[in-house]
Design a protein around this ligand. Structure first.
Ligand code: ASP
Ligand code: MG
Length: 489
């Protein structure tokens, strides 16, 4: 099998808002055209149109409860939205082929929903099949729109190439098989000068049963595609200007981070920076392919480059993330002191109820853990009460400062806690990864704490790492330039 690197190939992934309607798809087409005109090869991965996945899940759930007309009404609304978008973008005669394909898919979806409603049972396998229509449809429409714009778009059903196991809802990719299938199905199209357009998120088992990679999985698809084809770069086109030093809605002074390491980006993604799916990181890291986060509403902006190793930075932190809607669960061992196996028993309970733990702190007799607030918590508490006294408090926020240069800086913790001296800090952890420092506070104190930390750590930002132009001119985009890692001929 050929594993020749293809530095001229760029994988371009567009999220739901970048394909949400005809105007967005036209903007997307212009961005892809620009890359192709620079003599680059492109393969495009698209999400479902904005909100479509949520609607399909709602339709599936309604059908599962036996509400056939509710499910079909949701599907009917999606049908007209897709048909309208297609009609705005594509002209006859190609339009009739596209419309009949869209109609055909919606007929199949409606049959499926009727079947689910008749049985009154919704399995994870069937759910995957229902949601798969979102990306199947968006990718067909985008491919046809590219073709209509003279860009040689070619739809490629992702399920032919992205092979997974059968853990429906969050299936595990089989990278060896994906590489073989991509070489077989996508490479010839690229070599013939087409721009293949694939749906993200959707995949299939080796025997062809539809699966999905989990919510937000299109980024993951893009990384898998890039890894399989040994692409020169992966571009994740979203609706923000890349990774920022913190949420600009909280802190208008936030700066764009020009370059960040894979590890830092993964840490940020985990702690609530919604820019990127953390799993995106892996297939790209392993093959050393840089990932760019770019803004499809502001394509001139250079975005953020995520690479294996970040250049050294003068300030200890790259970004401050906040994760809200957290609950602290305090578990006090009632009779027994923490005996052998006690922690395991506690964690098993969380595991059983599929509640993921973010942070843990322990003392002789008590354990405090933080978890996402969920309606499963009362069930967890009920089980925990069999082995401990349990109490929990909601409305907490986790502030997380991320940077690979924490280690080199003495007295960082002191500086952090001086900056937030006026708020009540509940739990502190310096992550085992040594690149994050996080602490828990009341949700209502979060905005003020972030602004204060940002003032402290980004007063004199390093111009190699952060975009200082944005501070001088918050509305104007920095000068256009092509990311340095992409070879332009
Ligand atoms: N459409 C899927 C979702 O909404 C996958 C994605 O957009 O990345 O989760
Ligand atoms: Mg997404």
């Amino acid at each position: 099998m050929s594993t020749t690197p293809r530095p001229q190939l760029v994988v371009m992934k567009f999220g739901g808002t970048s394909v949400e309607d005809a105007a967005a798809i036209r903007r997307t087409a212009a961005i892809v055209r620009d890359r192709r005109e620079k003599c680059l090869e492109a393969i495009v991965v698209v999400s479902a149109m904005a909100k479509v996945t949520d609607t399909l899940l709602a339709a599936a759930a309604a059908a599962g409860l036996g509400d056939k007309s509710g499910a079909l009404a949701l599907s009917a609304r999606l049908r007209s939205r897709h048909l309208e978008t297609a009609s705005e973008l594509v002209k006859a005669p190609a339009l009739s082929t596209l419309l009949s394909s869209v109609q055909h898919d919606f007929d199949a979806l409606d049959d499926l929903l009727r079947g689910i409603a008749a049985v009154g049972e919704l399995t994870p396998r069937t759910t995957d099949l229902v949601v798969s229509f979102g990306e199947r449809l968006s990718s067909q429409i985008v491919a046809a729109a590219f073709d209509a714009a003279g860009m040689r778009g070619k739809h490629l059903d992702a399920r032919l190439c992205i092979v997974t196991d059968d853990q429906y809802g969050k299936a595990i990719p089989q990278e060896g098989l994906i590489e073989a299938r991509m070489q077989q199905h996508a490479l010839p199209l690229i070599e013939q000068g087409f721009t293949p357009v694939m749906g993200g998120f959707i995949a299939s088992t080796e025997s062809g049963i539809t699966t999905t990679l989990g919510r937000g999985g299109s980024d993951f698809s893009a990384a898998l595609v890039g890894g399989a084809l040994h692409a020169g770069a992966i571009e994740i086109w979203t609706d923000v200007n890349g990774i920022m030093t913190t949420d600009p809605r909280i802190c208008p002074d936030a700066l764009r981070v020009k370059t960040i390491s894979f590890e830092e980006a993964a840490e940020l993604a985990y702690f609530g920076a919604k820019v990127l799916h953390p799993a995106t990181i892996l297939p790209a890291v392993q093959k050393n392919i840089p990932v760019w986060v770019l803004n499809s509403r502001n394509p001139a902006n250079e975005g953020t480059r995520i690479s294996a190793v970040a250049p050294p930075c003068r300030s200890p932190f790259k970004s401050i993330a906040v994760k809200k809607k957290l609950t602290i669960v305090d578990i006090v061992a009632s009779r027994m002191l923490m005996s052998h196996g006690y922690l395991k028993a506690v964690f098993d309970i969380f595991d059983r109820h599929r509640v993921a733990i973010d942070m843990v702190s322990t003392s002789e007799v008590s354990i405090s853990v933080t978890v996402d607030t969920s309606d499963r918590l009362p069930l967890v508490a009920e089980d925990l009460k069999k082995i401990a006294d349990v109490s929990y408090e909601s409305n907490k926020a986790l502030i997380c400062l991320v940077g690979e240069d924490i280690r080199g800086h003495a007295g960082i913790a002191g500086k952090v806690f001086t900056a937030v001296g006026h708020v009540n800090v509940r739990m502190i952890s310096q992550g085992a990864s040594e690149i994050n420092m996080s602490f828990m506070i009341e949700e209502e104190d979060a905005a003020e704490a972030i602004r204060s930390l940002h003032r402290t750590f980004f007063a004199d930002p390093d111009g190699n790492i952060f975009d200082l132009d944005a501070r001088a001119n918050t509305t104007g985009a920095p000068p256009v330039s092509v990311p340095a890692s992409i070879a332009v001929h």
